[in-house]
Design a protein around this ligand. Sequence first.
Ligand code: GLC
Length: 585
Amino acid sequence: MLNVFLCLGLFVSHYTVNTEIIYQGFNSSFVPQWWQPCIIYEVYVRSFKDSNGDGLGDLNGITEKVDYLKNLGVCAVWLSPVFKSPQLDFGYDISNFREIDPIYGTTHDFDRMLEKFHKAGIKVLLDFVPNHTSNMHDWFKKSVKKIDPYTDYFIWKDAKYVDGVRSPPNNWLSVFSGSAWEWSEGRQQYYFHQFLVEQPDLNYRNPKVHEEIKDVMRFWLDRGLDGFRIDAICHVYEKEDFADEPLSGKPGVLPTDYLYLDHPYTMQLPENVGLVKEWDELIYSYKKKESDELKILVLECYAPTKKLMPYYSNDSTCRSTFPFNFNLVEHMDRESDAQDLKTMISTWLINMPEGSWANWVISNHDRDRIASRMESTLLDGIHMIQMMLPGTAITYYGDELGMENSYVRWDQVTDTFALNYGPERFQLVNRDPERSPFPWDDTKNAGFSDASNVWLPIHPNFWADNMKQQSKRKSHLRTYKQLARLRQNPTLIYGDLDMFTLSKWTFGFTRSYKDNPTYVVVVNFGSETETVDLLKFRPTLPAILKVKVSSLNSGLVTGNLVNATSIFLRPKAGLVLITSYSNEV
Ligand code: GLC
């Protein structure tokens, strides 16, 4: 039976768009859940820290770095998949959901890591891949042989014969290129795979699959896990009539490219939401008494904002399932001006169900790193925006240092997506550059591993720019830590948000809460130096403001005073200012 708890934290969250106040915060009866003021830190396990000298990161390596993460100010880590896997898609092809892959360690190592994180007050989320398994999973092997109950665990269809030639049942394409259907000699049928040939899709029209997957979730939650990042949720269901998908008409794509078609029948089906609601009930059932902390589900789906909103838990004030907000990943680029920023941010806030909590993603293991996509000089400014907005912040490992993509030559490529594209076109989709090992220091392999070879090239600048070195000086790392600490301030948890386009390229906002000092964030996205007058936009601000956090390129340091009518910002510089001179805030 479902537990019902009184949700402490009545909210007064409304959005007013016709005035400048776009987001009205929460009142003091709101009791934030652990994941709300939190920074969730994505650890790409293969690249974080190698403890056994095989050139690949592992669980014991992560355990060694718990103190670093604690010190950084993160409150949860999300680990890329660590389950048993042939590693063709680096763990997103799971052959056993209940075992840890030996390249990453053992179940004992996992328990030890979990315990160490928990002692440090950090929650742990695992990446969970419900859309597909590996073709090496026992369920698939038995499905090929039609051994019940596995016969219909996957999506099987008879071949279509065109002029006597065997062909796939329809025109559906794999995200990783080519037909999404693969012939099985063993079963004499095609199976469907949204991703690699070796990643057959599970069949969620079969209720037994729902139960299997929930059992796996329980297995890890019972071990003390705090939640999951759910992979590729918008791909889970397909339309039952298997109709051909329409041509997209996009220029410059090959007939084998995923973008050659639109995907109304294989993506974002309404049934996906129903499935997530089942899991939402499951994780909520772990809250057995008022003092139990909620487990969380964070969903990966690239879709227009409005289509993502139904994934939020029904009662968002006391439930904890939410979709990643990829607006800053998908829409922020080197052309973005202040108005674009305002639109990207308000689109999420305005569409979010009343009382829900936002989140902000800027990079991940599938997209170019933020410092490469934008400009590394703008990194502090972007972190200021991400961390000072209302909502959970999601950090991809190494972004705190401003890590950039590493160049990966064709002969070094490991990403199967890129390999499918071949030597001429691999750069279009290669995800290796954003997955290179973390530069801990200037020693061999940047302190990542003792091996003679590591799995991907380390950024050649590691000797000059690494974690150890950035700890000693004004750096991206220091800015990040300052911002992480500020997030615990009530104004940043409860406060209103008011956004401004201070000039075409200078974006700014304030966060205010009751009589507490107001925080002001200003970032120059442009290529020219700007002098902006804040009082034009918020005449109630005091004439002098104090610098709380300053970007590396700002020329200012914490504690400097600035005149609110003439704030000087170099290109790509950012500042967090405050309306109090006290050192306490
Ligand atoms: C998700 C993952 C990606 C993976 C794909 C298939 O998009 O983030 O890395 O390749 O799903 O599982």
